[in-house]
Ligand binder design. Structure first.
Ligand code: 1VU
Ligand code: MG
Length: 345
């Protein structure tokens, strides 16, 4: 069971750093995946760090069993030597049941815990998985003498995980966010698909019988993204759409990312350099929308009462919506001079 309200923010090991009260808000339009066992990619880390909001050294799926140790060692090398220019460094460790997860955590926190911002944990089924990682991280942080805690990000990719998404989001003050993992989740649920994210031509609604029967493809992920967004927002952490596997289908990727953005996700994964650009486009608020939102803020200086703007009713609630967009625009403008100019900030 959960710790109580008084002990929730107590360190889980003597000498471990205090847990954070609020999750840092930093640009996180894309979590860019790379395989740290690949020497050529390790050489590109400074470039990747310049173009991505978050850089993630992946140790789990897509890294072959005989490359697991090389990937772990490669990430240690990156953490020790690479110039990331302030871009956060994350890792995705192997699943907790695997033969590699323990050494992933022990090695990474011990060797590069001071530069590792977030550990992404795959295949999280419930709060107990987060509690296990939470205590172990505290022990390792204490031993390594770290001054700030490593945060935890869960992948929502099993049916049981979805059933427990609220308790996962609230399991620890380390919880930074949750990503949708559509490929493992499809398998876990016995969905009959062979894709990584995105739609399916067979998943559609058909109009009633008549002269014409238009039909429209629906979003297979709408339900899960909705649950994830609410669980994260309620817990004060951040939701992300995960991977889109059809690298060549840039329009499909963009549409899936945009649906997630509109529903409240702060970012998505990029698996290939081309997807960094897509995520940047999608998860940076639209210039016209930001302009309108700023007009809303100006029209309602104290955030209350009813006003009309271009024929649209504005009040306390639209003020808050406008705040969300303008705050995000200001955050991104600080990082990206081109956006700052576009937003007029
Ligand atoms: O032109 P160059 O040879 O110098 O570079 C290639 C390629 O190396 C590079 N590139 C990347 N650079 C940085 N980060 C990346 N993630 C990355 N991917 C590729 O870009 C240049 C062009 O590459 P390409 O178009 O010829 O693409 P490839 O066929 O080489 O690679 C495609 C895959 C998908 C294999 C590659 O992008 C990749 O391995 N991506 C990461 C996959 C991953 O992390 N999967 C796990 C997360 S998804 C999940 O677990 C659920 C399914
Ligand atoms: Mg997975």
């Amino acid at each position: 069971l959960m710790r109580n309200a008084r002990s929730f923010f107590a360190p889980l090991a003597i000498g471990a750093p205090d847990p954070v009260r609020a999750i840092p808000v930093t640009p996180s339009r894309m979590i860019h995946f790379f395989d740290p066992s690949n020497e050529k990619l390790r050489g590109k880390v400074p470039d990747m760090a310049r173009s991505a909001d978050i850089l993630l050294g992946n140790l789990e799926d897509a890294v072959a069993a005989d490359k697991k140790e090389a990937a772990r060692a490669g990430l240690v090398e990156v953490g020790r030597t690479a110039d990331l220019g302030g871009t956060p460094l994350w890792t995705r460790i192997n699943a907790l049941e695997s033969p590699w997860a323990l050494d992933d955590l022990v090695t990474l926190v011990t060797e590069i815990g001071d530069v590792l911002d977030v550990v992404m944990v795959p295949k999280v089924e419930g709060a107990e998985d987060i509690h296990y990682v939470d205590r172990l991280l505290a022990q390792l942080e204490a031993r390594a003498g770290l001054s700030r805690p490593v945060l935890v990000h869960a992948i929502l990719e099993t049916a049981q995980g979805v059933a427990n998404v609220e308790e996962i989001a609230n399991a620890s003050p380390r919880m930074q966010g949750i990503s949708l993992g559509p490929a493992d989740l499809a398998a876990s649920r016995r969905m009959k698909t062979t894709r990584v994210g995105g739609g399916h031509p067979g998943y559609r609604v058909l109009a009633d019988p008549g002269d014409e029967r238009p039909s429209y493809q629906q979003d297979l992920w709408h339900y899960t993204v909705g649950r994830m967004v609410d669980a994260c927002a309620a817990a004060g952490i951040f939701p992300y759409y995960g991977p889109f596997g059809d690298i060549k289908d840039e329009a499909g990727c963009e549409a899936q990312f945009r649906a997630a953005y509109l529903m409240g996700c702060v970012g998505a994964w990029s698996l290939h350099p081309v997807q960094i650009g897509i995520a940047k486009r999608v998860f940076s608020p639209d210039v016209e929308e930001v302009r309108f939102a700023r007009r809303v803020l100006e029209a309602i200086p104290d955030g209350s009462g009813v006003h009309m703007l271009d024929g649209k009713m504005q009040d306390d609630a639209t003020y808050k919506q406008a705040r969300v967009l303008v705050d995000l625009a200001e955050l991104l403008a600080k990082k990206d001079p081109e956006l700052a100019t576009a937003y007029g900030l």
